[in-house]
Design a protein around this ligand. Structure first.
Ligand code: MN
Ligand code: MN
Length: 271
């Protein structure tokens, strides 16, 4: 079936073998889809788009990552995301742990040199090295910044900056809105295309308990929704990562993830 260019493609990236602490996010894409279509909610975005309209988005399925790791997994994600972009589709990826964002964003940066990244997370994910795994979910933004194709990297919700990652942030010129001072967040503006990478552990564990790394003192669901809707710039791609269904309670985090996916779609449709 030919899908009209411009149709948002939802792409599952069920990989969790680059996680440093727990596995589980590999089961997330299917849980987010189930929550997305749960009969407890309708398919309208807050901005008024009806996501029941099948001309607005399509499900591209999951990338077959089951038996892949390292460079092989990177290459397959890069290729699949790149092919959707080349066909004219905005891509919204469902992790997986945060390692999947490295190839997904690299594919976007290849066709959009100087791509800006808005990264919402408890963690800066800037480790030069974590457990000797260059593809670690703690390192995707170090790898991306080393690649030289990224414009600005703006991080929101950070509350775990250690000395090493502080040095990495300074090395790469990362702009950090720490959780303890969100005063500038309402004024985030970009020139040119923006990719939004959303790690669900940016939210307070009270709102999103189904993540591998509980980091108290985080964002509310409403604050994340306000950032998605409020930043200045053109959203061309996004991901929602790090749902761990094995840690969820009554599917509350899966519902949060599905809600954020809906509103990210709404923001993409506005562009
Ligand atoms: Mn995180
Ligand atoms: Mn992360």
């Amino acid at each position: 079936m030919n899908i009209r260019p411009g149709t948002i493609q939802l792409l599952g990236l069920p990989q969790d073998n680059n996680s440093s602490y727990l596995t589980g996010p590999g089961k997330a894409p299917q849980r987010i889809r189930e929550a997305f279509f749960c009969d407890s909610a309708n398919l309208f975005t807050e901005s008024g788009f009806d996501l029941g309209d099948k001309t607005l988005w399509a499900d591209a399925g999951d990338v077959a990552l089951e038996n892949l790791e390292g460079q092989q997994a990177f290459d397959l994600i890069f290729e699949r995301v790149g092919a959707l972009i080349a066909a004219g589709h905005p891509v919204l990826s469902l992790g997986g742990d945060h390692s999947v964002s490295y190839p997904a964003i690299a594919a976007h940066a290849q066709t959009n040199p100087g791509l800006n990244i808005l990264h919402i997370d408890a963690h800066p994910d800037l480790y030069d090295d974590m457990l000797a795994n260059p593809f670690s979910h703690a390192s995707p933004f170090a790898r991306l910044m080393e690649g030289g194709r990224i414009g600005r990297l703006v991080q929101v919700g950070i509350r775990t900056l250690n000395a090493h990652q502080k040095a990495q942030a300074e090395r790469f010129g990362v702009e950090i809105h720490h959780m303890r001072d969100l005063s500038g967040v309402a004024d985030i503006r970009f020139e040119g295309p923006v990719y939004l990478s959303l790690d669900l552990d940016a939210l307070d564990p009270a709102f999103a308990p189904g993540v591998s790394h509980h980091e108290p003192g985080g964002l509310s669901t409403r604050q994340v929704l306000d950032i998605i809707e409020g930043f200045g710039g053109t959203l061309i791609g996004a991901d929602v990562v790090e749902l761990n269904p094995l840690r969820d309670q009554n599917d509350v985090t899966a519902m949060v993830a599905a809600k954020l996916v809906k509103e990210l779609m709404g923001r993409m449709l506005r562009a």
